[in-house]
Write a protein that binds this ligand. Structure first.
Ligand code: HEC
Length: 117
């Protein structure tokens, strides 16, 4: 279950959904006022914990020095976020384009927007 390479976006979403509580799932489907954004951030948080936290820090609190503190990532630079996450940066930040779908990255972006709150 470590690698989702080759799975469709839907399958991957299913794997993630299985990790969420059934109650939360149901609520999200029935409650129309439930902001989709917070659900996205919730999924992004899980992805972040799996894929990014060992470098970028628990709850996005960077251990310091080299690693970008994602809480300070400019909110108006969505393009740059997708570019850097998909293709990596400076050989320090690994590329995720073949591991994460664009939807996954969008979820993580939503989480980054939340500043870990
Ligand atoms: C192996 C450690 C490592 C992992 C894992 C990692 N990163 Fe990074 N990341 C870095 C480092 C180091 C930098 C700073 C790169 C630089 O600017 O030279 C960075 C930079 C970034 C940046 C800023 C790029 C920019 O445009 O300046 C973003 C956004 C980012 N990471 C997101 C993520 C996300 C999202 C994940 C999980 C999918 C992730 N990173 C996983 C090490 C990592």
């Amino acid at each position: 279950m470590k690698h989702h390479r080759g799975l469709t976006v839907l399958a991957f979403a299913g794997v993630l959904a299985a990790g969420l509580s059934a109650a939360a799932q149901q609520a999200s489907q029935t409650a129309s006022h439930d902001p989709e954004e917070s659900q996205q951030a919730e999924r992004g948080k899980q992805l972040y914990a799996e894929r990014c936290s060992h470098c970028h820090g628990f709850n996005m609190v960077s251990a310091g020095d080299v690693t970008f503190d994602l809480r300070t990532f400019p909110r108006d630079q969505r393009e740059r976020f997708f570019e850097s996450v998909t293709n990596g940066k400076d050989r320090l930040m690994p590329p995720w384009g073949d591991v994460l779908s664009q939807d996954d990255i969008a979820d993580i972006w939503a989480y980054v927007q939340s500043r870990g709150k």
